[in-house]
Design a protein around this ligand. Structure first.
Ligand code: PGA
Length: 250
């Protein structure tokens, strides 16, 4: 399975020219790398420009509306995102769950709205804190509710990003043994949703305080198929170093 490295730019940078400049540096660097997928998730308004000015990147939206159309001011539909080049959509990022009150029900609706023949979805899951008894169950519940009544045929378009909330933007990272256990646990949970074959081929990514120094560490964990990178992805050279680690690990 190809390693997948995702850049989540969140609410950065502030100007489209700056976004294009950063994306072009990554795009040029990706020309020489084989066997990995570089996915860039800029803010919505920059997707079209990045599509125009890059060739080697897979474009990703950071969110999507649960609605296809209608009187919903400010919402952005999956078809709109597809029309400006997005081929992947992030759903259920913990920052949206926390700051935009997206509960499991909303995440489920968004997953259904986001999946199409052309579009893949990255479902973000992760516990707020590591209470010994229930944090795995919490992640299981997030996965089961996200895929409630989702057609099994979409399994090929699904990616899971395990991002413990306490590790996002904090400089704290998960212990590799714990990550290994969680990757197995996530796959076991996916068996409750998709077929056995599908559950084994769905990529599982890790996210939370990844940088070019620690990336290799997590990419080497069995069952982990890539990384979701926030802060460090805003520096194109740093992101390329992370991608390089992934390319050299096949
Ligand atoms: P971080 O963010 O790499 O800055 O911790 C990860 C994420 O929010 O996806």
């Amino acid at each position: 399975m190809k390693k997948i490295i995702v850049a989540n730019w969140k609410i950065n940078p502030q100007h489209v020219d700056d976004a294009v400049r950063r994306a072009q540096v990554i795009d040029r660097g990706m020309r020489r790398m084989r066997g990995i997928e570089a996915v860039i998730a800029p803010p919505f308004p920059f997707l079209a420009a990045l599509k125009k000015h890059t060739r080697n990147l897979i474009l990703c939206a950071q969110d999507v509306s649960c609605r296809e159309s209608g009187a919903y001011t400010g919402e952005v539909s999956r078809s709109m995102l597809e029309s400006v080049g997005a081929r992947v959509i992030i759903v259920g990022h913990s920052e949206r769950r926390e700051h935009n009150n997206e509960n499991d029900d909303v995440v489920n609706k968004k997953i259904k709205a986001a999946l199409s023949r052309k579009t893949r979805v990255i479902l973000c899951v992760g516990e707020k804190d590591r209470q010994p008894d229930n944090f795995q169950l919490f992640v299981k519940q997030q996965i089961l509710s996200a895929f409630r009544n989702v057609a099994k045929q979409f399994s090929k378009q699904v990616i899971i990003a395990y991002e413990p909330v306490w590790a996002i933007g904090t400089g704290k990272t998960v212990n590799p043994n714990d990550l290994y256990e969680m990757a197995i646990y996530i796959r076991r949970t996916l068996l409750d949703v998709f077929s056995k074959k599908a559950a084994h081929t769905i990529p599982v990514l890790y996210g939370g305080s990844i940088d070019s120094k620690n990336a290799k560490y997590f990419l080497g964990v069995e069952g982990v198929n890539g990384l979701l990178v926030g802060g460090a992805s805003l520096n194109p050279h740093e992101f390329l170093k992370i991608a390089d680690s992934a390319a050299s690990m096949k």
